[in-house]
Write a protein that binds this ligand. Structure first.
Ligand code: NAD
Ligand code: UDP
Length: 335
């Protein structure tokens, strides 16, 4: 059986569906700090299968032990954590606690119950800035600025140190670039309310909840002056997890892979793709650069390509069409 922490969240819920489609037995832990119970129903609706669900916080060790006591887990996919870079500056202690303390509890419980396979959600933010493009996994990490990115660097180091103390441990660290899009049903997706990320921001505008779309900077030294990122469809991202699990089962150790599309798109390019597919002009307002934003970066994905036999198959149009399908469902549900 596989344990998915944060399985009601954006990426976790997509991973759970993929695992259920492969007839794996899945249990989910979530405390709903950034999701809600309705996701469970939607997972059942899409997969036509039931999952075991435990509501609780990874920081409660007795709760974790109770869950591990009930099942023979062989693998943990660890998605649970807080993910907003800007929020992490406002509330660093909560970010360190939710991300680091949770992971320590999880590892101690895994150790106690002899569960050795772990796939961990890291982030491209660990790289910090000023690296040649595209970014490769062997870039030497400088301590990044945001408490969010710091928590991910800390956890990556923690996983390495734990492995050095117990070589039964097998870990895949996945450094995500910018996951977007959603399941083709449109039923589940990234939470948009309260999000400051680009796609949720466009969706909020299209739902009429924003008078304009802010463009944070049009004076970067990029092809059109706006910021460039590496967007990857969440389904491709999830496939990378499945490949990573196969790999770590065969090869012990701590392995790190970038998961992105390997291509960069600018904010203006993304917005015009939305305009094209939604057939509506988006009213844009150029604002000052967002603090801490980098001008451009994208991933070198050749390591994942070679070692995991993985490559993304869904292009930017599919990412945006699926996001628009999700928007349609949100409108129908009057959300
Ligand atoms: P999400 O917020 O949608 O999902 C995380 C889930 O974990 C939520 O359902 C939340 O309720 C739960 N959770 C949080 N803290 C918990 C705790 N202490 N105990 C139990 N449950 C808890 O986030 P996501 O986009 O699905 O991201 C998943 C992981 O991937 C996170 O670790 C995030 O940092 C990482 N990541 C995400 C992105 C992205 O753009 N979405 C990029 C890079 C890395
Ligand atoms: N962005 C923007 N307007 C928004 C939200 C984001 O112009 O309302 C830009 C942001 O400055 C960056 C890109 O879109 O250049 C991606 O931002 P996002 O927050 O989605 O991801 P991240 O910056 O974390 O990579």
């Amino acid at each position: 059986m596989i344990l998915v922490t944060g399985g009601c969240g954006y990426i976790g819920s997509h991973c759970v569906i993929s695992l259920l489609n492969q007839n794996k037995k899945v249990a989910v832990i979530d405390n709903f700090v950034n999701s809600d119970k309705s996701v469970l129903k939607k997972i059942n609706l899409i997969s036509k299968k039931n999952i075991l669900f435990y509501e609780g916080d990874l920081r409660q060790k007795s709760f974790l032990s109770d869950v591990f006591n009930k099942h023979n887990f062989e693998t943990v996919f660890h998605f649970a954590g807080l993910k907003s870079l800007s929020e992490s500056y406002k509330n660093p202690l909560e970010y360190f606690s939710a991300n680091i303390n949770s992971t320590i509890n999880l590892l101690q419980t895994m150790q106690k119950y002899k569960v050795y396979n772990l796939i961990f959600s890291s982030s491209a933010t660990v790289y910090g800035k000023d690296h040649p493009l595209p970014w490769t996994e062997n870039i030497k990490l400088k301590f990044p600025e945001s408490p969010y990115a710091q928590s991910k660097v800390f956890i990556e180091n923690l996983l390495l140190k734990y492995y050095q103390s117990d070589m039964n441990f097998k870990v895949g660290i996945l450094r995500y670039f910018n996951p977007i899009g959603c399941h083709s049903s449109g039923l589940i997706g990234d939470r948009i309310d309260g999000s400051t990320n680009l796609i949720p921001s466009i969706m909020l505008y299209l739902l009429g909840k924003k008078p304009y779309l802010p463009i944070y900077g049009n004076d970067y030294k990029t092809k059109d002056g706006s910021g460039i990122r590496d967007y990857i469809h969440v389904d491709d991202l999830v496939n990378g997890h499945i490949g990573a699990l196969k790999y770590i089962i065969e090869k012990k150790g701590v392995h790190i892979w970038n998961l992105g599309s390997g291509k960069g798109y600018s904010v203006f390019q993304i917005v015009s793709k939305f305009e094209e597919h939604y057939k509506k002009r988006i009213f844009k307002k150029v604002m000052p650069r967002r603090e801490g934003d980098l001008s451009e970066y994208w991933a070198d994905i050749s390591k994942a390509g070679k070692e995991l036999n993985w490559s993304p198959s869904l292009d930017i149009d599919k990412m945006i069409l699926d996001s628009l399908n999700h928007l349609k469902k949100l409108k129908e549900a009057n959300l």
